[in-house]
Design a protein around this ligand. Structure first.
Ligand code: ADP
Ligand code: MG
Length: 349
């Protein structure tokens, strides 16, 4: 009897030693408890092995996720479970959960969250990023201002291509807060270079409080904005959130009515471009006014009056809640392509 106990105890010592050698700290920690339960007949040998391995795997998985979230700059963890969909009835919960299945990453698509401040754009973008990290995808989160600052710094130091390669590495790049801060001169061009490098090679999530028609103002250059939208709306999912700020929910009665309930993003008011005379322009390039008008036309094409390429579940104030617009933007892109004198893609972009 005592010989059998000695054998068991030296075997446990050996297992302990092996677990240290295999760097399995959680299994080592759980070993004594599992052995006790085994001795009391509460577990079978297979169950004991299963518990030890799954404890270790859980620990490893958690530390992998923690490291990946830190490396991906996903500092504030938000989850889909923590999102109150009843607060944003304009949002199609099923669509968001479909996005959480991450097919858009496989297909290298761009997902746009548009809406007024506080409606949960960053929350949803981060939550999808967290889902992607859990599924083993590489993710990087940045604001547009930080991204452009990093690219501008790299350009000054002669390392732009290296930096663009860095931002091309993650399977999912999240660019938050497009439209909050003015883009520095040349910033739109730098962002375009990155978007172009990732185009059809990696997925992106973008959040903005400004409608696409305003991107000319956001980037200070309608030509760059049109070129950006051309890439970012081909293979795209657009989620428009209309509603009140979650941040201000307890103080809603203090907010002016127009801020309380009305989305700040209104459908682009489409004014037809001035009828071109002597088209194409003599210098072979369109004037800035005409380019702005084209951008308006481009984005106006995304209103419900546009062709049937748009699939949507609901329409509110003239804008689709969710659009899928691959072929539509392709058509618009082609249309621009064919316009004489546009010089597409625009010089310097
Ligand atoms: P936005 O990016 O649209 O300005 P955020 O995503 O930053 O808004 O949301 C602001 C704050 O409110 C965050 O702390 C976010 O977690 C929270 N929040 C926003 N919408 C919801 C919601 N529907 N359910 C739970 N929390 C929300
Ligand atoms: Mg935000």
């Amino acid at each position: 009897m005592s010989a059998a106990l000695d054998t068991a105890s030296s075997m446990i010592d050996r297992i302990r030693h092996d677990l240290v050698g295999l760097k399995m700290p959680r299994a080592l920690e759980a070993l004594d408890h599992v052995v006790r339960r085994l001795e009391h007949g509460e577990l079978s040998a297979l169950e004991a092995i299963d518990i030890l391995l799954s404890e270790e795997l859980t620990l490893r998985e958690n530390s992998r996720i923690k490291t990946a979230l830190r490396m991906g700059r996903l500092a504030t963890i938000k989850t889909l479970a923590g999102f109150d969909f009843s607060f944003q009835p304009s949002l199609d919960k099923d669509r968001i959960f479909t996005l959480a299945q991450l097919g858009f990453i496989e297909r290298c698509e761009a997902v746009h969250f548009l809406g007024p401040p506080g409606t949960g754009k960053s929350h949803l973008a981060t939550a999808l990023g967290v889902e992607a990290v859990k599924a083993g995808k590489s993710v990087y989160f940045t604001t547009l201002a930080d991204l452009i600052a990093a690219l501008a710094r790299a350009e000054r130091e002669g390392r732009l291509q290296e930096r663009i390669r860095f931002f091309c590495r993650p399977s999912l790049l999240i660019v938050d807060e497009i439209g909050y801060l003015p883009v520095i001169a040349g910033g739109g061009n730098l962002f375009f270079q990155l978007v172009n490098a990732r185009y059809e090679r990696g997925a992106m999530i973008l959040t903005s409080n400004r409608g696409f028609a305003e991107w000319g103002d956001v980037f200070g250059d309608p030509v760059v904005a049109t070129a950006l939208l051309d890439r970012l709306l081909h293979h795209a999912v657009v989620v428009q959130i209309e509603g009140s700020s979650y941040r201000l929910r307890q103080h809603a009665e203090l907010m002016p009515e127009h801020v309380r309930s009305k989305a700040l993003i209104t459908p682009p008011a489409f004014t037809p471009p001035p009828k071109p005379r002597g088209w194409p322009p003599k210098n072979g390039h369109l004037s800035m006014t005409t380019q702005s008008a084209l951008l308006g036309k481009f984005t106006a094409a995304l209103t419900p009056a546009a062709p049937s390429a748009i699939q949507t579940s609901s329409w509110r104030s003239g804008w689709p809640t969710v659009l899928r617009m691959s072929s539509l933007t392709q058509d618009v892109g082609l249309l621009l392509f064919r316009l004489p004198g546009l010089g597409w893609p625009p010089a310097g972009v």
